[in-house]
Design a protein around this ligand. Structure first.
Ligand SMILES: NC(=O)c1ccc[n+]([C@@H]2O[C@H](COP(=O)([O-])OP(=O)(O)OC[C@H]3O[C@@H](n4cnc5c(N)ncnc54)[C@H](OP(=O)(O)O)[C@@H]3O)[C@@H](O)[C@H]2O)c1
Length: 307
């Protein structure tokens, strides 16, 4: 069965960031549930993880280096797939990173790093695969977004901006390529049970503020980091569950543009839609851990009152 439930020959699915986490779970689910040809990509330094996971090249599987920020690698992998298999039939833009920083603690280079990997890279890959999809008048693009593509939280502004950008551009793309028979979807997981909280990138300033109790933003980090860690370690949502949603979307004839992929994504989707916007922000602000003490220096560190 081809992507989109079509009959016909074997289709080719390209997945980014496929050597670990959700990308690996998507690769395994595609291997188990479909007969698609898979182009599993990872940064060159991560490629040997596939062998460790028991995934090796073969009749169905190509393993290729792809740093989504590397223009030459992007072109090379898409051109190779076009030459060998007639093009990418489905693209899954999964690779992503997450910075933890308040806006004041992020410099341009860090903002560009975040936006590059989560937004620019996926857009460039869309641009490369679309000509062949348009020509065939069929194709699938799944962009892995996040609950952060629909709501913002403190210390996650950079990540949120990248996913909002991905959501906006994907929504435009949905209109643009639908006439050519290409469908585009955003899969939006909430927190996934994973070690993701250990992989967040800190900027030099956010690292400093995390360590320095005198920093005005210290409590923001001090409360948000364990809050996010707790959500990630206790959520029932696994990478495997989200991967099943991605593969289901790839197989649907008429997939939705936005697909919330966990209970918390559905919860925040409805909360945001149903509450008046002002009330929504007020409720969320009050729900944030320790928010009443944010911005205040810990009592033990406050200077003694003047005589
Ligand atoms: N974990 C969550 O709770 C959660 C929630 C919502 C949405 N998501 C989204 O789900 C997707 C996968 O996240 P995950 O949880 O599986 O995270 P992960 O375990 O950290 O995996 C991220 C993947 O992206 C790859 N990557 C990073 N920079 C790259 C680059 N420049 N070029 C190519 N690949 C790159 C990583 O490769 P290396 O291993 O080589 O660095 C890794 O394969 C992301 O888009 C993320 O935003 C995650």
């Amino acid at each position: 069965m081809g992507v989109g439930g079509t009959s016909g020959g074997r289709d080719t699915v390209l997945v980014t960031g496929a050597s670990v986490g959700l990308g690996l779970a998507i690769a395994r689910e595609l291997l188990r549930r479909t007969d698609h040809r898979l182009v599993l990509t990872a940064r060159a330094s991560s490629l040997d993880r596939f062998a460790a996971e028991g995934i090796t090249e073969g009749e169905r599987i190509l393993l290729r280096p792809l740093d989504v920020m590397d223009a030459d690698q992007r072109v090379a992998v898409v051109e190779e797939v076009e030459a060998r298999f007639g093009g990418v039939d489905a693209l899954v833009n999964n690779a992503g990173i997450s910075y933890r920083s308040v806006l004041e603690h992020a410099e341009a280079s860090e903002v560009l790093d975040q936006m590059g990997i989560n937004f620019l890279g996926p857009m460039e890959l869309c641009r490369l695969v679309l000509p062949a999809m348009r020509e065939k008048r069929r194709g699938r693009i799944v962009n892995v977004s996040s609950v952060s593509g629909m709501m913002a939280m403190p210390t996650m502004g950079l990540y949120t901006a990248s996913k909002f950008a991905l959501e906006g551009a994907t929504e435009s793309l949905w209109y643009e390529v639908r006439p050519f028979g290409v469908s585009v979807s955003l899969v939006q997981p909430g927190f996934i049970r994973s070690d993701g909280f250990t992989k967040v990138r800190l900027t030099p300033m956010s690292q400093h503020a995390t360590d320095d109790r005198m920093d005005a933003y210290h409590p923001h980090y001090g409360f948000m980091a364990p809050f996010i860690e707790k959500l990630m370690t206790t959520t029932p949502t696994t990478s495997e569950k989200v991967a099943r949603t991605v593969v289901k979307v790839l197989g649907q004839r008429h997939p939705k543009l936005r697909v919330p992929a966990s209970w918390d994504a559905k919860f925040f989707y409805y909360l945001r839609r149903l509450l008046p916007r002002r009330l929504y922000h007020e409720v969320l602000y009050r729900m944030l851990p320790g928010v009443s003490t944010w911005g205040r220096m810990p009592r033990s560190l406050r200077p003694p009152p003047p005589e």
